[in-house]
Write a protein that binds this ligand. Structure first.
Ligand SMILES: Cc1ncc(COP(=O)(O)O)c(C=O)c1O
Length: 433
């Protein structure tokens, strides 16, 4: 449904909550000023209602979590029925049955579906933990090789392990003294011409035979919705095979039909050694998973009673049940078909915006990005993107920006986004641009 604005944005209740929060929440968590944020009260489908009663149209899926729509009814039902039974178990000591069911399902939809035998999972909470579990696995599997190949513009989360591997300097800089220099960062290719240089850099990086993992997003998400050339993942697969490094695909953003395939690696024939999943996995519960080929995951020693990697909430039954309800829907091929069809119409509508400040439309599926540029010099225009986001909020549209210069409007709506809603966004963007 199109937005319905009842008051000024942010309304009085949001403003009051922001000032209460500023007194009790650490700085640098919630950004707030007189224009931002709104406080969410409820959400359904493509809509979000704030505490002041305004209805918004969400083009973010709340960080790409709610592809199946906010408060997806089957997921809510799964949560409610599980809540009556068991809220929390003892994940790595006395687990719940639903953890078994989810690990089986994760194996079935990844490595078994790809014809690569069984997959084994480590369930985690936040996305970064799944990536850190993958990096630990790679270290064990390669018998202690220390280094990691990563890519510029990559984002894997903000834990210390993932910061070592993150390709966005801004997040690493304040903590540099406490981070090991273990990453070899290579450029993420955005076109065919960049592949030759990349191949040489990759060969050089692997020369010392000290790399445990090649960690990569199949498509840069927060890095600006950059789709690499078709040969990129196959090149990484060959390099991993040759060197013995573990190929870790971070599909925390791209997974679960966001790109029009269940997983983005399925646009190629590449099967990773490990796939990291999160965000849309449980459609609204902090659950993530590191799923790898059994042979790779079996680098972990058999537990002697004290797990080497676990958390208090590992395999939380609510999250597992919600994930199973989400996955069941994602496995219906009509979901991917809808993403592809909607993506084509969305892309055309964006490309029809007639302005010199509109740059390229990037991305794939419902993981699109609209570059905002300064036409005089053709440079990224992050300031204009920021003001568009602010104006959009005032007109009932929730947007975010990506990319190193913050100049790529990130368009990752729930999959049920309608043509009317897309037209509304594009008409607004046309006015701001
Ligand atoms: C590709 C990718 N990996 C990892 C993460 C980190 O996930 P989380 O914020 O749940 O730790 C993100 C978050 O945006 C992501 O986009």
């Amino acid at each position: 449904m199109l937005p319905e604005i009842l008051t000024d944005i942010p309304g009085p209740k949001s403003l009051s909550l922001a000032s209460r929060l500023a007194r009790v929440e650490s700085r640098n968590v919630t950004f707030a000023n007189s224009d931002w944020p709104i406080f969410w009260e409820r959400a359904a489908g493509t809509n979000v209602w704030d505490i002041d009663g305004n209805r918004f149209l969400d083009f973010t899926s709340a960080f790409a979590v709610s592809g199946l729509g906010h408060s997806n009814p089957a997921v809510v039902e799964a949560l409610k029925s599980q809540a009556d039974l068991l809220l929390h178990g003892m994940g790595d000591v006395h687990p719940a049955e639903v953890k078994v069911a989810l690990c089986e399902k994760l194996s079935a939809i990844t490595f078994e579906r790809w014809g690569a035998g069984a997959g084994k999972a480590i369930l985690c909470n936040a996305g970064f933990e799944a990536v850190e579990a993958a990096l630990k696995t790679a270290h064990l599997h390669t018998r202690g090789k220390p280094r990691i190949i990563t890519f510029a513009g990559g984002y894997h989360g903000l834990g210390y392990g993932t910061l070592i591997a993150g390709g966005m300097a801004k997040f690493r800089a304040p903590f540099r003294e406490q981070l090991g220099e273990l990453a070899i960062e290579l450029p993420f290719p955005s076109c065919e011409e960049e592949m030759v240089a990349l191949e040489s850099a990759l060969t050089l990086a692997l020369k010392k035979n000290d790399v445990s993992a090649i960690l990569v997003e199949p498509i840069l998400g927060r890095g600006g919705k950059v789709v690499p050339p078709a040969g990129f993942l196959p090149l990484l697969r060959r390099a991993a095979d040759k060197s013995g490094a573990v190929l870790v695909l971070d599909e925390i953003y791209t997974g679960f039909n966001r790109t029009g395939r269940l997983f983005a690696c399925e646009h190629t024939l590449v099967v990773p050694d490990i796939i990291c999943l999160g965000k849309a996995l449980a459609s609204g519960f902090p659950l993530s998973a590191c799923v790898g080929r059994a042979e790779v995951m079996d680098a972990w020693p058999v537990s002697d009673g004290e797990a080497l990697h676990t958390t208090t909430s590992l395999g939380n039954p609510l999250g597992c049940r919600m994930a199973l309800a989400s996955i069941e829907q994602h496995c219906d091929p009509s979901v991917a078909h809808k993403v592809i069809a909607t993506s084509e119409r969305f892309r055309s509508a964006l490309e029809a915006i007639d302005s010199q400040r509109r740059g390229k439309v990037r991305g794939i599926g419902l993981m699109l990005g609209l570059e905002i540029i300064d036409p005089t010099i053709g440079a990224p225009n992050g300031d204009l993107a920021a003001s568009i986001i602010l104006n959009s909020l005032k007109n009932g549209i929730i947007l975010l920006a990506d990319g190193p210069a913050g100049h790529v409007l990130a368009l990752a709506p729930p999959f049920a986004i309608s043509d009317e809603e897309i037209a509304f966004l594009c008409q607004q963007l046309g006015e701001y641009l």
